[in-house]
Design a protein around this ligand. Structure first.
Ligand code: CTP
Length: 418
């Protein structure tokens, strides 16, 4: 984890710990925050108390722990309105489906919800819950409401949860939550935040039908594009993900459009404009079959096998990169190459008119195509930057950080109304 940026030391975080098996990770978060010189005040909900004790919070923060809305002593020392404004940032970790619903509805029936309603400070939540609770339309609607009101969201991550189900819902790792807190406290200029920006990401292969049961495809897993979409959303961007057929759960907090063919992918991308950032990570098929058969092509004994005539697909990256009123401020392409990777990728950047190219070596022995790891060269207008081999999640996080750094707060937004 990187150290806290200089300006955050000495600031105060008001940390609300809700009930959930992930609550114990709030203790690790506190250590990271206090270790970076932050003051941490904690509020423990009744459910949170089932998972962590006030004593542990007090021992780690060196501060009184607030629990009760109607505590005479607490109200004497500091009224709940004053408490709600006593931090520079309110953080809810873990944020349960319940607190998200109560925040969205504006309830104020315990100390935590009252503080969240009364505060005039920014709020960041780190959701954690069962995958079905997270996917439920009620939770997703609450999430959208909170985001629209400016609440920052970090995570959840996709993975195996305590309930033995896998999917989105696992609390982000404490170092990632701490990073998000540091970025917020450092302010928008230093934060590299993408709040208010709209990002369009393409991912996965395309399927080009031959007849109703057969198609042309490739080995792309979509993993890198999905990770990028999630990383951009984690930095506050509104993300539209246009995905070919893949076997991956939708990344949290992202609007997903599923398509099959390159032509459908192009149409969905054009529909998503305007956007500030376009990242074309999809492995789009270069051709489709000229005449798709409307019924299954049958083998006929003695007859020659069918001949497929292929015609070129539209180039989505080149289309989005073309100059015009809706051209995104930053267009990033990928270059999957098997030889002279840097050279081919640099030529591709020129040919397609995009701003950056993420080049990778997809020879089978690298295990990159369809694998968990990636080793890229980032090619920009200032040159080629080789990155060490790392997992696709780490590549996505680093790339999202670079994209955020590209956008200075004074750059106009191409964001469409959501
Ligand atoms: N791309 C696209 N639409 C296409 C083909 C490619 O948007 N019809 C995008 C990919 O998403 C990627 C970049 O273009 O960002 C490069 O894709 P790649 O398959 O490496 O290149 P090709 O255009 O297929 O060129 P070549 O076959 O010569 O390597």
């Amino acid at each position: 984890m990187s150290a806290a940026p200089a300006p955050v030391g000495g600031r105060t975080v008001l940390l609300i710990v809700c009930g959930g098996i992930a609550a114990y990770k709030a203790l690790e978060l506190i250590r990271l925050l206090t270790g970076a010189g932050l003051r941490v005040r904690t509020v423990l909900t009744a459910a949170g108390r089932q998972f962590v004790t006030p004593l542990s919070l007090q021992a780690l923060t060196g501060e009184k722990v607030y629990e009760d809305l109607f505590s005479l002593t607490d109200e004497n020392e500091m009224g709940h309105i004053a408490l709600s404004r006593s931090g520079d940032l309110l953080v809810v970790c873990p944020a349960t489906a319940d607190i998200m619903a109560r925040m969205a509805a504006g309830l104020a029936d315990d100390l935590a919800s009252t503080l969240l309603l009364a505060t005039d400070k920014p709020v960041l939540i780190a959701p954690a819950m069962n995958v079905r609770m997270w996917d439920h339309p009620a939770t997703q609607a609450n999430l959208a409401t909170l985001r629209a009101r400016g609440v920052a969201v970090v995570g959840p991550e996709i993975g195996l949860m305590a309930c033995n189900e896998t999917g989105p819902g696992r609390l982000a790792e404490p170092p990632a939550i701490a990073e998000a807190i540091f970025r917020h406290l450092a302010g928008p200029a230093a934060s590299g935040s993408l709040t208010g920006r709209h990002a369009l990401v393409t991912a996965g292969p395309t399927h080009e039908p031959i007849d109703p049961v057969r198609y042309l495809a490739n080995r792309s897993s979509g993993r890198q594009g999905y990770e990028i979409a999630a990383a951009l959303a984690a930095l506050g961007a509104r993300v539209t993900l246009v995905s070919g057929p893949v076997d991956l759960p939708p990344p949290p907090g992202v609007t997903l459009h599923r398509v099959e063919t390159a032509r459908q992918m192009l149409a969905a991308c054009r529909d998503a404009l305007p956007c500030d950032i376009a990242i074309c990570a999809a492995a789009v098929a270069d051709w489709h079959v000229a005449q798709e058969a409307t019924s299954k092509i049958k083998k006929t004994a003695g007859a020659p096998p069918p001949v497929l005539t292929l015609v070129p697909n539209p180039d989505i990256l080149a289309d989005l990169s073309a100059p015009g009123p809706t051209r995104p401020a930053l267009v990033v392409g990928f270059a999957a190459e098997t030889d002279t990777v840097g050279q081919h990728a640099a030529a591709k950047r020129q040919r397609k008119g995009c701003d950056w190219i993420v080049a990778n070596d997809v020879r089978p022995e690298t295990g990159i195509m369809g694998g968990q790891e990636n080793e890229i060269i980032l090619i920009t207008d200032t040159g080629a930057e080789p990155w060490p081999r790392m997992d696709k999640h780490a590549v996505a996080t680093r790339l999202a950080g670079r994209i955020a750094a590209f956008f200075t707060p004074d750059m106009p937004s191409g964001r469409s109304p959501s």
